[in-house]
Design a protein. Structure first.
Length: 278
């Protein structure tokens, strides 16, 4: 049984959006969004979460499929794709993983876990990701945003009960429009995308953003939890919970695209360029 749980967590673990994190504003749902999830994250300025699963108070995700369409239809920034055979293979792998494993898992999770509970869990992990955003702001010389991240962390960690609540949302100055990450830091230094690559489970990325993702591991408190199975399990819960607000977006995006692989590549690159510019 432990082996089965570990395998499941290994499959689920990389679905950060976000981020970026996910979430951050997020193109279509994991596992095919990679960084767009990093972490992929979400706008901190909103107190609403819009998604195919409804609207949830107290979170940060406020981007929907319309933002994706705008990015795909905008002037495309070209990126080298020398690994196209590999990338197409991984795209198909991730596509099947979504329909065969992740979508059923997310549907079950949404059915079992009430929306307010999922929102509180999202808030907790978003608060826990503060080191990534704070360091990224500081490395770009953005003093106001760095201070805002610190102040928001202190308020949400205390008044917000370890971040499960988001009282800092009442103060617009403490909620930057976008979540910063190390990939954006490198981009702000003038480092280009490099080449495009699709990772199994992780989804789309670039050479630059993958370097940033490695940096995130050192700033993510969950990385230092022992044993490693516990760290993977907590990351899995984080990912499944985040994606529960938008897991059906990928299907809508795919149906609206004549060439889903190309459309997703363009959406990812345009989205990242927009984040760096802002």
């Amino acid at each position: 049984m432990k082996s089965l749980v570990l395998v499941a967590m290994l499959l689920i673990f990389p679905l950060v959006g976000c981020t970026h994190r996910p979430p951050d504003p997020t193109p279509p749902s994991a596992p095919l969004v990679g960084h767009l999830h990093q972490d992929p994250a979400a706008s901190s300025s909103s107190s609403q979460i819009k998604s195919n699963t409804g609207k949830v108070d107290g979170g940060y995700l406020d981007e929907d499929l319309s933002s994706l369409n705008e990015e795909v239809n905008s002037n495309a920034v070209q990126v080298a794709d020398p690994l196209a055979p590999w990338n197409h293979l991984m795209f198909r792998f991730n596509d099947r993983l979504y329909f065969w494993v992740l979508k059923p898992l997310e549907k079950r999770y949404v059915a079992v876990v009430p929306k307010p509970v999922r929102c509180s869990i999202f808030n907790f992990f978003h608060n826990l990701d503060t080191p990534v955003r704070l360091v990224s702001c500081a490395l770009q010389g953005r003093a106001r945003e760095t201070g805002a991240e610190f102040a928001r962390f202190m308020i949400n960690s205390t008044v917000g009960i370890l971040g499960f609540r988001n009282p800092a949302k009442k103060y617009p100055q403490l909620n930057p429009k976008d979540d910063e990450d190390l990939g954006q830091v490198l981009g702000s230094y003038g480092i280009g995308n490099g080449f495009y690559i699709v990772w199994p489970v992780l989804g789309p990325s670039t050479a630059r953003d993958f370097v940033g993702t490695i940096g995130h591991l050192f700033l993510n408190p969950i990385t230092y939890i022992n044993p490693v199975e516990a760290s993977l399990g907590i990351s899995g819960i984080k990912s499944v919970n985040k994606n529960s607000f938008q897991y059906e977006d990928y299907e809508s995006f795919k149906k609206a695209s004549l060439e889903p692989y190309v459309a997703l590549r363009h959406a990812y690159i345009q989205h990242r360029e927009k984040e760096i510019e802002e």
